[in-house]
Design a protein around this ligand. Structure first.
Ligand code: FES
Ligand code: FES
Length: 162
């Protein structure tokens, strides 16, 4: 079979919902999420794992969906930015980004927030150096790094004192 037309079955959870689809073996996770599932909060830009705007969580770990094949997520739990809020209540990280004015154009924000979620699950009280280091794969073209840093600190405080 021509590899381009080969398909594989993928069963996974996306934002808590069961998904069972057949996908081309060459399909990227970012395209599966954006085009098949219509979850367009996940952005794409460089396509070469440099900018981080396509970051989603696969089993809680941040991955660049632009360099990850969709079928590799078979059996995994995927979280996108659409899965963070509870109804109309924003996740504390989203709220902290709003409160610290850490979004300008917003293009980097979904990936930045998901990477932050992974960081705070790993380290509930990261210092600024750790935050900078952890988020170094997430670029902000608007260069709003100081407010982003403040938002992560604020989110970690709020989550710890919740
Ligand atoms: S679009 Fe995936 S890292 Fe830039
Ligand atoms: S807010 Fe514009 S790229 Fe980060």
């Amino acid at each position: 079979m021509n590899r381009v037309s080969e398909r594989r079955r993928i069963r996974c959870k996306v934002n808590g919902h069961d998904i069972d689809r057949e996908v081309p073996v060459t399909q990227l996770l970012v395209d599966f999420i954006r085009e098949d599932l219509n979850l367009t909060g996940t952005k794409r830009s460089c396509d070469v794992q440099v900018c981080g705007v396509c970051t989603v969580l696969v089993d809680g770990r941040p991955v660049s969906a632009c360099t990850y094949l969709a079928f590799e997520a078979d059996g995994a739990e995927i979280q996108t930015i659409e899965g963070l809020a509870s109804g109309s209540e924003l996740h504390p990280i989203q709220q902290a980004f709003l409160d610290e004015n850490a979004t300008q154009c917003g293009y980097c924000t979904p990936g930045m927030i998901l990477a932050t979620k992974s960081l705070l699950e790993d380290d509930a009280q990261p210092n600024r150096e750790r935050i900078r280091d952890y988020l170094k794969g997430n670029l902000c073209r608007c260069t709003g790094y100081q407010p982003i840093l403040s938002a992560v600190v604020l989110a970690s405080e709020r989550i710890r004192h919740d």
